[in-house]
Design a protein around this ligand. Structure first.
Ligand code: DQA
Length: 148
């Protein structure tokens, strides 16, 4: 099973960027934790980060037929991007929407997501653990689908 992890804009700044909200780990450190979790679940993971909306759209398009599942933290594009939504619909790959912070505790413009209603599920507010929880949940979901 191959799961693709997609990180959106400004997540390359983790550890420096508002650490009280997003934590003190770098993106590489978080990716390493995700990798460890993936090993324990016996699945493969691949990582991608971009600050550019079009590059994220192209990455998702390139996953067509190549990925079992996606974990995406689209960051600010969550709240703005019809293009990322449409790309996810186009490839029809099950995905989990992730946020480090609890977006519902924050500004009202973060309460809307273009992705939530088409996601398998959403995990927000648990810092880097959100990714680990998302991976576990997505692998469970995909395994159940395989067995159905
Ligand atoms: C975020 C929440 C978004 O609202 C914000 O724009 C981000 C990060 C999170 O992980 O908590 O960049 O997706």
């Amino acid at each position: 099973m191959i799961i693709n992890i997609i990180h959106g804009p400004n997540l390359n700044m983790l550890s420096k960027r508002e650490p009280s909200l997003y934590g003190s780990l770098t993106l590489d450190e978080i990716n390493n934790l995700i990798l460890k979790k993936a090993h324990s679940l016996n699945v493969s993971v691949d990582f991608f980060q971009s600050n550019a909306e079009g590059d994220i759209v192209s990455k998702i398009q390139n996953l067509y037929g190549e990925s079992d599942g996606i974990i995406i933290n689209a960051a600010a594009y969550t709240h703005t991007s019809i293009a990322i939504r449409d790309a996810l619909l186009a490839v029809n790959i099950p995905f989990v929407e992730v946020h480090l912070s609890n977006v519902y505790k924050r500004e009202s413009f973060r309460h809307f997501s273009y992705l939530s209603d088409i996601a398998v599920g959403v995990i927000a507010g648990f810092g880097f653990k959100s990714y680990e929880l998302a991976l576990e949940a997505l692998v469970n979901y995909l395994t159940a689908q395989e067995q159905a």
